[in-house]
Design a protein around this ligand. Structure first.
Ligand SMILES: [Zn+2]
Length: 282
């Protein structure tokens, strides 16, 4: 089981949000610089705290408590402390606070105006929301749902496809954004049909993962199909095919196929299939 499927290592402290609480939390805080592209201060892939630390700013975001200390994200134009890394490079357990830091900093950067009246909004309650001084609207962070689906054929082979923008050996499973008014399952049927021309029979939810690049929530599914002929759309998908476990293991060993990074839900689903723990939905 990966860490996204259990209790978060980040305690979000949603009740501790007044100015006095925030000032008290600041005294002992781990402060992480994050730029609006989602990079954060790091040595290698380890988060590095801002030191020396100046006073708390209105734009500083209280993420919660991690490893016994309050964590704040500080939005910056440029990382000044150490090198920088992206949240995808971070290992568990730091992924939890870093994913929240990146998601919140990018959301604040992308949401400067009120969606109702257009006035400039300001951060509130330690950065968990923004408020509009003109009309009073409270705005909370948004996430865009996206599905990612492992498609299996009747012989339990897995569909892998290569995106047009990728090197041809890089392969993954099918993914796409959920459209307005659509269910997650409907999005699975539609995306697989659009991208590789396959009709699904059944679909079942497996697990989820935040993907704050900039603000997706990836919802992982497994599906079955009886269609065996892959028709890449030629736009998003350049090519794809079904693989048996032994075929894929051999291709991986010979470097003919490269899989998504080890922290991605795509990789988790593919590896779950490889070791036989991904449940078939039928
Ligand atoms: Zn407003």
């Amino acid at each position: 089981m990966n860490h996204w499927m259990g209790k978060s290592a980040l305690e979000r402290n949603v009740g501790v949000r007044g100015d006095a609480d925030l000032d008290a939390a600041w005294q002992d805080a781990f402060v992480l610089e994050v730029d609006d592209q989602g990079r954060f201060s790091a040595v290698g892939s380890l988060p590095v705290e801002l030191s020396p630390r100046d006073g708390r700013r209105a734009s500083d975001i209280l993420l919660g408590s991690f490893d016994g200390r309050p964590w704040f994200a500080r939005p910056v134009l440029e990382i000044e402390q150490g090198d920088s890394a992206t949240w995808r490079e971070v290992d568990d357990p730091w992924q939890a606070p870093v994913a929240s830091a990146v998601a919140l900093v990018r959301w604040h950067a992308m949401t400067p105006h009120c969606e109702r009246c257009g006035a400039a909004t300001v951060p509130d309650a330690g950065g968990v929301r923004r408020v509009c001084p003109s009309c009073g609207l409270m705005v909370f962070p948004r996430q865009d749902p996206a599905i990612i689906v492992a498609v299996l054929d009747p012989d339990d082979r897995l569909l892998l496809a290569s995106h047009s923008a990728w090197p041809s050996e890089r392969m993954s499973i099918i993914a796409g954004f959920v459209e307005a008014g659509e269910s997650l399952e409907q999005a699975c049927f539609r995306e697989v049909s659009e991208e590789v021309g396959l009709a699904l029979d059944s679909v079942a939810y497996v697990s989820s993962q935040p993907w704050p690049m900039p603000r997706s929530l990836m919802l992982g599914f497994v599906a079955t199909t009886r269609d065996l002929t892959v028709h890449p759309d030629g736009d998003e998908i350049a090519w794809g095919r079904f693989w048996s476990r032994s075929e894929l293991q051999q291709a991986l060993a010979e470097g003919e196929v490269k899989l998504p990074g080890s922290t991605s839900i795509a990789r988790q689903l593919i590896e779950g299939w490889l070791v036989g723990t991904l449940p078939r939905p039928d």
